[in-house]
Design a protein around this ligand. Structure first.
Ligand code: FAD
Length: 377
């Protein structure tokens, strides 16, 4: 038997969760959100993402080497593992979703160990990474055979995907509409209030909280473990036909270098940084210049031979706040003021690459909760 559900949030998390719930056609779902696909706002992380699939979550400590791939370790790692097949299916079969496969290289510099970005990259640069049997074509780069950029000590290469968020978010919203989801603009000041926002006018039996960084202040949630990690990007028209990242830079421990070429004319995203607890919404012009210079150093093919940043054709500068959470993503059941709530927020810099895994886990919690509520009736 179906239930009335309200999903608060229309970022990649809310849309993916609503879609998985709606696909079964049992439930009647309303999405309520302050920001929607098409908006660019500092409170809305999803449009700013590259977005690609570069797993960063380590397997749980103590897991036997032989078990690393066979058994998921931390839930975070399994969220990443469970997301790859769907992203690969979209890249393979559904060009309208705006996801494509990309050759990817990850460069490791020994000196980045212990920095904010180096720590973020720790599993990603592991030559024995758990995801080596998940993504296609994984191989270890060799100093002798591969032309490694100066200062790079090693690295890996594989096939990943890059998502054009300007196409993918509207596509997710369209898929939700196709499956009967009703989408409304609205601002919720307390999560329990959302139970009264179902499009039927009846009370929703369950609310799914996908409000990202706003879970810090949202009434009834106010999760103090949430904090931002600011990311600044430059989107350009130049097309290097590759995705590349390094484990750090010489410009500070929280600056990063990555290049992501988005699908279907989405431009090429040059990044970046990982500035914890920094809420600044405006691009820093000096950082933008460093980002562009480093991108060309990393991938000289971005511009004609001998040219510098003046040869980059800029579409836009951007800033997004990754919704980080001490203790990791929160995919959990809760009861707030008598309202059944399933949380799915705090996805840091990995909301796309964990999206289907987290949405499936949230859906399971929704089904369990509704099953228990019905059993009590
Ligand atoms: P959001 O996208 O922030 O959406 C939150 C939603 O909740 C919005 O619709 C908002 O309006 C709504 N909302 C909030 N409060 C309320 C309220 N009170 N009432 C009603 N609605 C409300 N991830 C990857 O996987 N790969 C990448 O390559 C990648 N690159 C990134 C690069 C940058 C520069 C940044 C900033 C992030 C990157 N990320 C990447 C991370 C990814 O963007 C986030 O993890 C993801 O977008 C979080 O999505 P979300 O739906 O949880 O939150």
């Amino acid at each position: 038997m179906g239930s009335n559900i309200v999903v608060v949030g229309a970022g990649v998390t809310g849309l993916t969760t609503a879609l998985l719930l709606a696909r079964e056609e049992r439930h009647s779902i309303t999405i309520v959100a302050k920001h929607m696909p098409g908006d660019y706002d500092i409170e809305y992380a999803s449009p700013w993402a590259g977005a690609n699939y570069l797993p960063i979550h380590p397997p749980s400590p103590g897991l036997m080497e032989k078990d690393r791939v066979a058994k998921p370790g931390t839930p975070s790692q399994s969220y990443e593992r469970d997301t790859w097949p769907e992203l690969a299916r979209l890249a393979q079969d559904l060009p309208e979703a705006g996801v494509h496969f990309q050759d990817t290289v990850i460069y490791r510099r020994a000196k980045d160990k212990g920095t904010a970005v180096g720590d973020w990259f720790a599993e990603l640069i592991n030559e024995d990474a758990w995801f080596k049997d998940v993504v296609p074509d994984f191989r270890i780069l060799s100093k002798a055979k591969d032309k490694l950029p100066e200062g790079v000590d090693g690295g890996t290469a594989f096939t990943s995907v890059c998502i054009n968020t300007a196409l993918y978010l509207p596509w997710l919203a369209s898929q939700c509409l196709k499956h009967g989801v009703v989408i409304h603009r609205g601002i919720v000041s307390h999560i329990a209030e959302a139970t009264h926002l179902h499009h039927s006018g009846k009370r929703a039996e369950l609310v799914v909280n996908c409000t990202g960084i706003s879970s810090l202040h949202l009434g009834g949630v106010e999760d103090k473990a949430i904090y931002p990690a600011r990311g600044q990007i430059v989107v350009v028209r130049n097309d290097p036909h590759i995705m590349a990242s390094t484990s750090g830079t010489d410009d500070g421990p929280d600056e990063a270098t990555y290049i992501m070429h988005r699908a279907a004319g989405g431009g090429c995203v040059l990044g970046g940084c990982l500035q914890k607890d920094n809420w600044e919404s405006q691009p820093d012009p000096n950082l933008a210049i460093r980002i562009m210079k480093r991108a060309i150093e990393l991938c000289p093919k971005l511009v004609p031979e001998g040219k510098g940043i003046e040869a980059l054709s800029i579409i836009r500068h951007g800033v997004g706040l990754r919704p980080m959470r001490t203790g990791g993503m929160r995919v959990e059941r809760d009861t707030i003021d008598g309202v059944q709530v399933v949380h799915n927020y705090g996805h840091g810099g990995y909301g796309y690459q964990t999206s289907y895994g987290c949405a499936a886990a949230a859906k399971k919690l929704v089904d369990e909760t509704l099953g228990q509520v019905r059993a009590r009736l």
